[in-house]
Ligand binder design. Structure first.
Ligand code: GAP
Length: 474
């Protein structure tokens, strides 16, 4: 298990502007999180590295960005409407609800009563919504209204509240049922539903993959462990289409590639563990799944999954839509529905593992120091530039000049003149800035600046015009 405590990460994330509780000003909304200026930068760096590694640097990968709202038939065909559930129990004493498989015993964690749980019920985790102005309730429940006109682009109809209530409700319920949609619980279905489009546009040879990054939503019964189990989160997924008899080889290749990517995120291999998920615990679509687990502070838990989804999804789409999802090998009559290997990463869980792996404490001049030993390519700020003293106009002018020059070259550069130089170093260490550059009186004389290294705290002098070449930012 991680030696870093959850509280250390949560408080650093809040203090330094990485992650805040969602809707905090109104008391929060459970299972939602807002990314602050440094959090969004770190998250994007992780997502961009993933996109570069698995899409841009490869020949056979195609990116998509599908709509979050999809036709309800997608979720019926995929099995999510029927089976995307967690077991829910309610305490008959305090009426709090819990995920049955997360309970340690039959004692209610809220009121302490034992034996008060009923039989678990299947709770569907999809967020349901209605698309279009078909939900009549807001209009017809006006207490004084006897009738109302509801207008839509396609039709106008009158609701007679007194006479036709039953009829109108029946009609509205039908309309609503037809217009129900769900916030997607995985990005994968946006890939599967575009399989035919990508094949028609590009006709790639097998194997090839379609990748997508984006938000996913799950109405988790008990969101917890910081961003680990959220109700709104982001996924980075690939559906990798292969010939049915080639799935094992592709599976092994992805296993290797995933490990290399995690190392590139700065996550030590000894904290990552592969767990072969037994059949009874696998998702309904999977014939084989390996969970890549990380030693989080709460416990060793799933960071990402690698699954063999067979032809489950494409065959279901084919059956439900009546459209062929078969692929023909070029120049042959060899036609079949491809099988699929799916590496599925959660951004929040990756970000948490990155923060936990980078979190370091040491002692400098007899004082405890906290710093994030982030890989340079992930650091939200690459370089901080400061004047030694903020009340000396000649130092400020030079510092702004150096800052402007570096910002143009490197982008993620911060001007920092808050507090004294010691405080600035401490703050930059805590957000993982690899280099701090200080402009002092010597700069004005000989054109050199101090460059301080985050990990060693060593300082050296570098000519301003040599800075961009001198900084190791890979
Ligand atoms: N398309 C396959 C799929 O969605 P999953 O194991 O349900 O599989 C994939 O989810 C990944 O998404 C997980 O390994 C995890 O990283 C992330 N994830 C799932 N539920 C999450 C939640 N409630 N909060 C944060 N991340 C979550």
């Amino acid at each position: 298990m991680s030696e870093v405590k959850m509280d250390d990460i949560v408080s650093l994330a809040k203090r330094r502007g990485f992650i805040y509780q969602g809707s905090e000003v109104y008391g929060g909304l459970s299972g939602t999180w807002d990314y602050g200026p440094l959090g969004v930068a770190l998250k994007r760096n992780i997502m961009n590295l993933w996109w570069k590694t698995f899409v841009e640097d490869r020949e056979n990968m195609y990116g998509v960005d599908a709509a979050i709202l999809m036709n309800q038939k997608v979720w019926q065909a995929s099995g999510h409407v029927d089976t995307f559930t967690d077991p829910l129990v309610e305490c008959s004493n305090c009426h709090n609800r819990f995920r049955a498989d997360h309970l340690e015993n039959d004692k209610c964690p809220a009121c302490g009563k034992t034996g008060s749980f009923g039989k678990p019920k299947a709770f569907n985790m999809m967020f349901k919504t209605v698309v279009g102005p078909v939900d009549l309730d807001p209009q017809i429940s006006l207490p004084t209204a006897t009738s109302a006109k509801i207008k839509d682009n396609n039709y106008i109809y009158t609701v007679d509240w007194t006479k036709e209530k039953a009829e109108v409700e029946a009609r509205s319920h039908d309309e609503i049922a037809l217009n129900v949609s769900y916030l997607r619980p995985e990005t994968a279905q946006g890939i599967f539903t575009n399989f035919k489009n990508v094949v028609d546009s590009f006709y790639p040879d097998l194997p090839f993959g379609i990748a997508q990054q984006g938000k996913a939503f799950r109405n988790e019964i008990s969101p917890r462990d910081f961003v680990f189990r959220s109700r709104e989160f982001e996924q980075m997924e690939v559906e990798y289409f292969v010939q049915p008899d080639k799935w094992e080889e592709a599976f092994e290749q992805w296993r290797t590639d995933i490990k290399a990517f995690l190392a590139n995120l700065g996550i030590p291999a000894e904290n990552v563990h592969e767990f072969e998920v037994p059949q009874a615990d696998r998702a309904h679509y999977s014939k084989r799944t390996i969970d890549f687990e990380f030693d989080y502070p709460h416990k060793r838990d799933e960071l990402l999954g690698l699954a063999y989804r067979t032809d489950f999804d494409l065959t279901n789409i084919q059956n439900a839509s009546g459209k062929s999802m078969e692929y023909t090998i070029k120049g042959t009559n060899d036609k079949f529905v491809p099988h699929v290997i799916e590496p599925s990463f959660g951004v929040e869980r990756a970000l948490m593992a990155v923060l936990l792996s980078a979190y370091t404490e040491d002692e400098q001049n007899g004082e405890k120091r906290i710093f994030l030993k982030l890989p340079v390519h992930l650091a939200p700020v690459k370089v901080a530039v400061s004047p030694l003293l903020r009340n000396k106009p000649e130092l400020v002018e030079k510092a702004r000049e150096v800052y402007t020059m570096l910002k143009k070259e490197l982008g993620a550069v911060m001007y920092d003149d808050n507090g004294n130089i010691g405080k600035r170093y401490r703050r930059q260490d805590e957000i993982g800035t690899p280099y701090c550059i200080t402009i002092d009186f010597d700069t004005l004389g000989n054109g050199t600046v101090t460059v301080r290294n985050r990990d060693t705290t060593e300082q050296k002098r570098v000519q301003i015009e040599e800075l961009v070449n001198d900084l190791d930012l890979q």
